[in-house]
Design a protein around this ligand. Structure first.
Ligand SMILES: [Zn+2]
Length: 109
């Protein structure tokens, strides 16, 4: 595994992992906050919201890994002129642009 590949994994998996971590913390805080008067009213929302975020993060990560695996085998025909990966449409300061989810290449459009 070379550096570029590690960077790609970090880039693609950072958000889902972040969701899982934040969700997990929310669940832990929500479960504990049941006994704290100040937080008792929001505790269920924290716990269930956190659980939802964590579950969403898990599925997102599985999906991302699956997509990445397909791309590495060459069975994704994306629009990236650089590597053929799937691109995200984004709105930037200088107008809309596309960023490749696999190699990070950016282009206008
Ligand atoms: Zn690319």
């Amino acid at each position: 595994m070379n550096i570029t590949k590690i960077e790609r994994y970090v880039g693609v998996l950072a958000l889902p992992v972040f969701l899982m971590v934040v969700g997990g913390i929310s669940v832990a805080v929500g479960v504990k906050a049941k006994d704290a008067l100040l937080l008792a009213s929001v505790a269920p929302y924290l716990a269930f919201g956190g659980l939802g975020a964590a579950v969403f993060g898990v599925f997102w990560m599985i999906w991302a890994l699956f997509q990445m695996d397909r791309w590495e085998r060459g069975s994704i025909v994306g629009t990236c002129p650089n590597c053929g990966g799937a691109e995200s449409k984004l709105d930037g300061k200088y107008g809309p642009y596309r960023r490749c989810r696999m190699c990070g290449a950016k282009r206008e459009g």
